[in-house]
Design a protein around this ligand. Structure first.
Ligand SMILES: NC(=O)c1ccc[n+]([C@@H]2O[C@H](COP(=O)([O-])OP(=O)(O)OC[C@H]3O[C@@H](n4cnc5c(N)ncnc54)[C@H](O)[C@@H]3O)[C@@H](O)[C@H]2O)c1
Length: 410
């Protein structure tokens, strides 16, 4: 046998072995989705477009009807725009249920319900009663422990985190998070399946915020801190990050876009989950917006006012101030990425992919660190640390080691 043929057979064999972790191979497998909200409907669309039959379950009939209508409308629109040619066929792959019993034939069930640990645990316990012994159970949680969710199951080794980004049909990144109980074969099988769905998977350790929601925290937190100290106003900080930094959106515009009910709650959860590490400390400015119901764009007001007739404030385009703001926030972001690498939260490659594909950063933070040099980044953090004497500004040991050895970060 020629070596190329053997290699192909070996590769296919390994792939079949990985996929055999799932009950049924490839797109013959029926996918179950728990929760038909923004994420559940989006993931259902991704799975159906990849060729799977999809069972969507929600305990709220109105939410289920809404998902049914929006999925139909979205797929028809994609056909009108000639992005797909088989909308009716894909729509025919969905079924909608208000009873978990409908998951009986599924090979993979993905949960995307409200972000409350006890509710998720209860649903996993119920679903496990009706699915087959080899059905894989996944959670799309943004911030809860997969290990803790898995512990609610009789067979926790079948549970894994599959964290999609919003909107799921558009965003390529999926974070794959094994719980400490997850069987090892499930991770490569999940990687293969996500690739089949056209996604870009990365693997993250089961720690708060996984990769993106951990590493990105200073983009919001440090921007608010700079604003609270009166160093610059929001429009100037947004301008510095977009015009000087090359980020697609400034932090205040982005927080208003995400909504403070989501963005603030993730910050608070990450802070609590990290045993109150000051690096992730939430801000009163954002908490007050949440309390006032000023959730951002969706409520017409957040950090900015979006009411009709109102105009957004003008930035102060002082390049010295702008550069100081951008470099302070970037140094904090690089420090988070370096520390995540140091603590083996993800590989260097996956960290770079996660930040460029999950939140569209203009370049990977480790690459940015190398372009700056770890010494410049360390100097900025140490200056902040000396000024404030706050643990928030402590530099990662990796950054310090590499800077001292005059080496790149990776
Ligand atoms: N929205 C985002 O940007 C985003 C991104 C990534 C991950 N997530 C995570 O995805 C999950 C869902 O978020 P979402 O934004 O789609 O929420 P959503 O509020 O839009 O939808 C949640 C759905 O779950 C249903 N539900 C609630 N409790 C249920 C239960 N016990 N049984 C069955 N259905 C139930 C609700 O009726 C609702 O339709 C959360 O864990 C969230 O953290 C959200």
């Amino acid at each position: 046998m020629c070596s190329i043929t053997k290699e192909i057979i070996d590769r296919d064999f390994i792939k079949a072995l990985r996929l055999s972790v799932f009950a049924v191979k490839s797109n013959n497998m029926i996918i179950g989705i728990i929760g038909s909200g923004a994420m559940g409907a989006g993931i259902a669309q991704v799975a159906a477009m990849a060729g799977h039959k999809v069972v969507v379950y929600d305990n709220n009939t109105a939410a289920l009807d809404k998902a049914k209508n929006s999925l139909t409308a979205t797929l028809q629109k994609l056909q009108e725009k000639r992005k797909i040619a088989n909308a009716a066929e894909i729509i025919g792959r969905f079924s909608f249920a208000n009873d978990v019993a409908a998951f009986a034939g599924c090979g993979l069930v993905i949960e995307a319900i409200v972000e409350k640990l006890e509710i998720k645990k209860a649903v996993f316990t119920e679903v496990e009663k009706v699915v087959s012994a080899d059905c894989v159970l996944a959670s799309n949680t943004s911030s809860l422990s997969i290990t803790s969710i898995a512990a609610a199951c009789k067979n926790p080794s079948r549970v894994i985190g599959l964290h999609f980004f919003n909107p799921a049909p558009v965003m390529a990144l999926v974070e794959i998070i094994p719980a400490i109980q997850t069987k090892s074969t499930l991770v490569p099988a999940a990687v293969d399946l996500m690739k089949e769905w056209g996604k870009t998977p990365v693997i993250a350790k089961d720690t708060p915020g996984f990769i993106v929601n951990r590493v990105a925290r200073p983009f919001y937190g440090e921007a608010i801190r700079i604003y609270e100290e009166g160093i610059a106003d929001m429009a100037t900080i947004d301008w510095a990050m977009t015009e000087i930094g090359g980020f697609r959106m400034g932090p205040f515009t982005l927080m208003d876009y995400i909504g403070h009910d989501v963005n603030y709650v993730v910050t608070e959860t990450v802070f609590q989950s990290f045993f109150y590490d000051p690096r992730y400390k939430p801000s009163f400015s954002q908490k007050r917006l949440l309390e006032a119901g000023w959730l951002g764009r969706k409520s017409g007001k957040g950090f900015y006012n979006y009411a009709e007739g109102s105009t957004l404030p003008e930035p102060n385009k002082d390049m010295v101030l702008g550069t100081e703001i951008f470099e302070r926030i970037l140094a904090m972001l690089i420090n988070e990425a370096a520390d995540a690498l140091y603590l083996n939260i993800a590989s260097a490659n996956d960290l770079e992919i996660a930040m460029t594909k999950g939140v569209n950063y203009p370049k990977g933070l480790l690459q940015w660190c190398n372009e700056w040099g770890p010494d410049k980044c360390l100097e900025k953090l140490d200056n902040l640390y000396h000024l404030y004497h706050e643990d928030r500004y402590r530099a990662s040991a990796l950054l310090r080691k590499q800077a001292m050895g005059n080496k790149k970060i990776v």
